[in-house]
Ligand binder design. Structure first.
Ligand SMILES: Cc1ncc(C[n+]2csc(CCOP(=O)(O)OP(=O)(O)O)c2C)c(N)n1
Ligand SMILES: [Mg+2]
Length: 372
C-alpha cells in the first residue's frame, strides 16, 4: 500500500518485504492440515475482501490520526499493526448470524459487520446522530449484530457468554465473539465470564489479542508473562495464531468458531501481536521509551498489510489490482470523514441532558426481534 510518512510508524515508511517472513507465513499454514484446508477453500474474491478490510482498517485509523493533528479530536485509539487480528477473526464468522462485541482496538469489526464508516467517525465526534446519540465513543448497532462495549475492560467477556447462552436457549446456531486484551485478562469479570462460558459449554469465541502491553505497562509487569496455556485453566480449547498473519488468524478463528457452533463449548484464539504506537495517540513517545527499540524494529518488519501483499502477489493478485482496491478504500473513507464532519452542525436536543436511563425492553428489543 501507499505509505503515509506523516502518520505511519517510522518502521512502515520505507517498508520492504523480508522473503524469510513470507516463507514462514506460508509454512505456518501449509504445515497444519486443518488450517491449510480452511485457507485453500478461500476464493480470489475472499482474499481481496481480506485485503480490502485490512486497508480500510488502517486508513480509518489514519483518518482519525489526521483529525487529531488537525485539532478535530483530542486523541484516538488506534490498532496500527494489529489489524490482522480483527480482520481475520471477523472474516471467519457467519456475519448474518453471529454477534461481535469489539473493543476500541477492534473498531474495524464495526464496518466489517456493516456499520457505515461515517457513523464510526460520528462516534468519535460525539454528534447527536452518532449511533448512541453522542453519549460515548464506543459504538455498536444490534441490528448489524455489533454489541456496543463499555469502557470497562473485561466486562465484554461475561456479556458475550450471555449472548452465547441466548443463542443456545433459543436454538439459534450463532456464535458470539469478542476480543480480550492481555491486560483485561486480569479482571474479575474476565475470569467469571470465561468460567461461565466453559462450564455451560456456550457457543462463544474469545480472541485474546496479546499485544504484550496494558496502557504503559508491559505484560511481564502486569502479570501476564505467558498466556499461551491460559485457556487450559478453564478447560477451553485453544488455537494459537500469529496475529500479524491475517490468514492464520482467520483460520484459527474459523476452527474455534466451528468448534463452538457445533456445541463443543467455547473456543479461545491466542493471537500474538504488537502495538506499533501508544495506548492512544497521546502517548506514542511513552511507548517508544517503554519498549526496547528492537521490538519495534522486528514487529515493524511484520506489518500485516505488507506481509499479506507478498502473499497476494504469489496468488496472482498483482500491484495494479491492489492499487485499485486501495484507491476505492481511500475514497470511501475520505467521503465518510467529510460526511461525518457535517454532523457537527446538528444542534443536540436539550432533553438529552436529562437522560434517565434505558428501559430494559428498549435495549433488548432489537436483539429479541431477531430471535437471538
Ligand atoms: C476495569 C478497567 N480498569 C482500568 C481501565 C483503564 N484502562 C483502559 S485500557 C487499559 C489497558 C488495556 O490493556 P489490554 O487489555 O492489554 O488492551 P490493549 O489496550 O493493549 O489493547 C486500562 C488499564 C479500564 N478501562 N477498565
Ligand atoms: Mg494489551
Amino acid at each position: 500500500m501507499r505509505r503515509h510518512p506523516a502518520y505511519d510508524p517510522p518502521e512502515y515508511r520505507n517498508w520492504t518485504l523480508d522473503p524469510d517472513l513470507l516463507h514462514a507465513a506460508r509454512r505456518r499454514i501449509e504445515d497444519d492440515p486443518e488450517r491449510r484446508r480452511v485457507v485453500e477453500a478461500l476464493s480470489r474474491e475472499d482474499l481481496e475482501g481480506l485485503y480490502r478490510d485490512l486497508l480500510r482498517t488502517r486508513l480509518f485509523d489514519i483518518g482519525l490520526k489526521r483529525w487529531v493533528r488537525q485539532g478535530v479530536l483530542s486523541k484516538a485509539w488506534l490498532g496500527t499493526g494489529e489489524e490482522a487480528v480483527t480482520v481475520g477473526s471477523v472474516h471467519a464468522l457467519d456475519r448474518s448470524l453471529d454477534v461481535v462485541c469489539p473493543m476500541i482496538r477492534n473498531a474495524g469489526a464495526c464496518f466489517m459487520m456493516g456499520m457505515p464508516f461515517a457513523d464510526l467517525f460520528r462516534g468519535y465526534l460525539g454528534t447527536p446522530d452518532s449511533p448512541n446519540g453522542g453519549r460515548d465513543l464506543h459504538v455498536g448497532d444490534l441490528d448489524r449484530r455489533v454489541l456496543q462495549p463499555i469502557s470497562h475492560m473485561g466486562t465484554n467477556v461475561p456479556v458475550m457468554a450471555g449472548v452465547g447462552l441466548a443463542f443456545r436457549n433459543r436454538g439459534v446456531p450463532g456464535v458470539a465473539l469478542t476480543w480480550i486484551g492481555d491486560g483485561a485478562t486480569k479482571t474479575g469479570e474476565c475470569h467469571e465470564g470465561l468460567n461461565f462460558a466453559a462450564v455451560q459449554s456456550l457457543p462463544v469465541v474469545y480472541v485474546l489479542q496479546d499485544n504484550r502491553v496494558a496502557l504503559g505497562t508491559p505484560a511481564e509487569q502486569h502479570g501476564a508473562a505467558d498466556l499461551g496455556r491460559w485457556g487450559e485453566i478453564y478447560g477451553i480449547r485453544t488455537w494459537h495464531a500469529d496475529g500479524n498473519h491475517v490468514l492464520d488468524t482467520f483460520a484459527a478463528t474459523r476452527l474455534a468458531a466451528d468448534h463452538a457452533r457445533s456445541g463443543q463449548g467455547p473456543g479461545l484464539v491466542v493471537a500474538r501481536t504488537f502495538r506499533m504506537g501508544g495506548h492512544a495517540t497521546h502517548d506514542e513517545k511513552e511507548a517508544r521509551d517503554t519498549f526496547d527499540p528492537e521490538l519495534f524494529r522486528s514487529w515493524g518488519k511484520r506489518d500485516p498489510i505488507g506481509l499479506f501483499e507478498g502473499w497476494l502477489e504469489e496468488e496472482g493478485i498483482d500491484a495494479t489490482r491492489r492499487e485499485e482496491l486501495e484507491e476505492a478504500a481511500a475514497a470511501e473513507i475520505e467521503a465518510a470523514a467529510a460526511e461525518a464532519l457535517l454532523s457537527r452542525e446538528i444542534e443536540p436536543d436539550p432533553s438529552l441532558a436529562f437522560f434517565e436511563g434505558f428501559s430494559a425492553a428498549g435495549v433488548l428489543a432489537p436483539i429479541a426481534h431477531r430471535g437471538v
